[in-house]
Write a protein that binds this ligand. Structure first.
Ligand code: ATP
Length: 134
């Protein structure tokens, strides 16, 4: 079966270097399925799971924004942060979700609601990827 290389990179370093028979990414304009030989393109990513399919199994990676660069033989993801499902600290994600929800309920005029919303999205994405709810 044909495969395509996948590199996921964050400012902290590489998160994943592997290959897949298909990659499913959630871009700002919708879900995209990438097979080997896909035309070259660049797309901004949503806070969502990246799915790597290979030999009948799927690996889930929580990706928090950034960009996807597709070339016919390699897909590169440049994200602010990204975690493979097995490396997610679920307790930390739940604490972050509670903290963000609390901030969103706040009546303090200094609360940064946009920031809290993004924090909640990241935490929820980690929880979903960890729990396989996709
Ligand atoms: P927190 O409030 O828990 O720090 P955050 O969304 O603000 O969450 P980020 O700024 O996205 O965190 O990430 C900072 C670093 O911590 C990154 O390297 C990211 O991969 C890692 N990270 C954040 N939350 C988790 C988690 N629940 N499990 C594993 N790694 C995490």
């Amino acid at each position: 079966m044909k495969t395509i290389k996948v590199n996921i990179v964050t400012p902290d370093g590489p998160v994943c270097e592997t290959d897949a028979s298909m990659i499913i990414a959630v871009t700002e304009t919708g879900e995209l399925g990438i097979l080997p030989g896909h035309i070259a393109m660049v797309a901004p990513l949503k806070i969502a799971a990246l799915r790597l399919q290979k030999e009948g199994s799927t690996q889930h990676i929580a990706v928090h924004g950034g960009f996807l660069e597709v070339r016919p033989d390699v897909v590169t993801v440049l994200a602010q942060s990204a975690e493979i499902s097995t490396t997610i600290d679920i307790e930390r994600a739940k604490i972050a979700a509670n903290r963000a929800e609390e901030a969103l309920r706040s009546t303090d005029k200094d609360t940064d609601f946009n920031l809290a919303e993004l924090e909640l999205k990241r935490a929820q994405n980690r929880i979903n990827v960890f729990e396989g709810k996709l």
